[in-house]
Design a protein around this ligand. Structure first.
Ligand code: SAH
Ligand code: SF4
Ligand code: F3S
Length: 463
């Protein structure tokens, strides 16, 4: 589908929105509900952009005239939340039969989910998956024109669409996809099955998008990929992730560059040096550990062991002393014993993470780990989870406070939700600081003195 057919379909949708406006006597509303990671958040900005262009008024309420759930299936609780919300939304539809309900995202790539929706949630009007999100304008027009259920799921992508309208959540920062999919097949993970094989975007398209964002006032970009360190594989042009970063560094107007996620197995010395030498790349590396036990790491197919990970973390800390290192940890992987968890805790103590997300292993149908013997029972998993969490929090507190008294640059992201006399800013190392200031500063970079560390955030003052 070319850009012009995107426009043609949006025009078709717009015509339907006009008809609905006359019928309702007001502009129809739309609501986008997002689950999951930054990739999904970025996809939702595209869905929102299309809905706005079609003429909908964007609202937060799920009683809107058009509601779309952009789903995640990385852990079972994400799925359960979608079913829960869908039930509530179905209730709204009973009162407003003209309402349209749509589902998209990672969960929709699972055939068992589609079956369940077809039988138990028949009121859903539109379902599509991760590979055909760019066809949303066409589906939207169809579903508004016709009173029938539309389901279109593709097993694979056919191309990378470059020109969809986007409505950004923040005017001053933006996510930018640099690659899609994943080839790593960690044995617990469903992402490669629902997002397909790894595909890198052309560097020229990425640069053009970021130049464009900069011209619209964006000063911070977050480069998105499941494993950014393998960026460039499969492209005609010989380009690595560090080389891409150096190109992006040259773009005027861009002041901060972030990225996620870095798989430890592919993190090169060149990347560490590029970060160290950069004025724009933020002092934050998210380096998912998953487990500290070499035995479990092997069963997870992570392609590194405890020693290799520790050596990498030590090298990063030594070469970029002000960097913050955060991580993801899974507790309760099949066969994991309390001794394996001791190894994980050992890594937490050695690396002293600035922050960590800890998850209880969730069995994903179709992944190799789902059929491994010795699935860990809930009680043991929760006990071990609590042990890991306590350790993680201890170091996160210690690490956050290491900058107390320093003056650092913060990007002011918003007015504090609880206290409008305060602004909330983010430091290069991803730590949050609250400080008194004028609302007009939102979106700018300013120097803040970090007066007092309150656990995971600072109270500060503008200097
Ligand atoms: N590509 C990223 C991770 C994407 S998923 C990477 O490799 O680092 C985000 C996190 O969800 C993972 O790091 C992992 O900790 C967690 N996760 C993935 N599958 C899971 C599962 N089946 N159960 C529990 N946590 C899981
Ligand atoms: Fe999942 Fe592993 Fe790919 Fe990350 S690298 S998305 S954890 S398979
Ligand atoms: Fe979830 Fe899909 Fe992201 S499964 S974590 S939304 S890639």
């Amino acid at each position: 589908m070319t850009g012009s057919s995107t426009e043609k379909n949006i025009e078709r949708a717009r015509e339907q929105v006009r008809i609905l406006t006359d019928k309702l006597g007001r502009v129809p509303t739309a609501c986008v509900v997002t689950f999951g990671c930054q990739m999904n958040a970025r996809d939702s900005e595209k869905l929102t952009g299309i809905l706005i262009q079609a003429g909908f008024l964007l609202v937060e309420e799920e009683s809107a005239d058009f509601v779309i759930y952009n789903t995640c299936t990385v852990r079972d609780n994400a799925n359960q939340r979608v079913y829960g919300r869908l039930g509530v939304c179905g209730g709204f539809k009973k009162k407003n039969p003209h309402m349209k309900i749509a589902l998209c995202g990672c969960m929709m790539q699972e055939p068992s989910v589609i079956e369940k929706i077809k039988t138990s949630y028949r009121f859903v009007d539109l379902i599509f998956g991760t590979h055909n999100l760019y066809r949303f304008p066409e589906y939207l027009a169809d579903v508004l024109e016709q009173d029938r259920q539309i389901i279109d799921i593709w097993k694979e992508p056919d191309k990378i669409e470059e020109d969809l309208p986007v409505s950004r959540k923040y005017p001053f920062k933006s996510g930018v996809n640099i690659m899609f999919g994943c080839n790593n097949f960690c044995t617990y993970c469903i992402v490669p099955y629902v997002r397909g094989r790894e595909r890198s975007r052309e560097p020229k398209d990425i640069i053009r998008e970021i130049e464009n964002l900069a011209s619209q006032g964006v000063i911070e970009v977050m480069l998105l990929g499941q494993n950014v360190n393998s960026y460039g594989k499969g492209l005609e042009e010989d380009i690595s992730f560090p080389a891409l970063l150096r190109e992006i560094e040259k773009i005027g107007g861009i002041k901060r560059i972030r990225f996620m996620t870095s798989h430890p197995k592919d993190l090169s010395d060149e990347l560490i040096e590029t970060i160290r030498d950069s004025k724009k790349i933020c002092r934050h590396i998210h380096l998912p550990l998953q487990s500290g036990s070499s035995r479990i790491l092997k069963a997870m197919n992570r392609c590194y062991d405890k020693e290799k990970y520790l050596a990498l973390a030590a090298k990063i800390r030594a070469r970029i002393p002000d960097v913050s290192i955060t991580t993801d940890i899974i507790v309760g992987f099949p066969g994991e014993t309390p001794e394996d968890v001791d190894e994980t805790i050992d890594v937490i103590r050695m690396v002293e993470y600035d922050n960590a997300f800890t998850f209880i292993y969730s069995k994903r149908t179709g992944t190799p780990a789902a059929s491994m013997p010795d699935q860990v029972d809930d009680k043991q998993a929760h006990e071990q989870f609590d042990r890991v969490l306590a350790e993680v929090q201890k170091y996160a507190k210690k690490q956050s406070s290491r900058f107390e008294g320093r003056i650092m640059e913060a990007l002011v992201e918003e007015v504090n939700e609880n206290d409008p006399s305060l602004l909330t800013g983010r430091l290069s190392n991803n730590v949050i600081v609250h400080f008194p200031g004028d609302h007009s500063l939102v979106g700018s970079l300013i120097n803040v003195k970090l007066n007092e560390c309150r656990g995971f955030y600072y109270l500060g003052e503008q200097v």
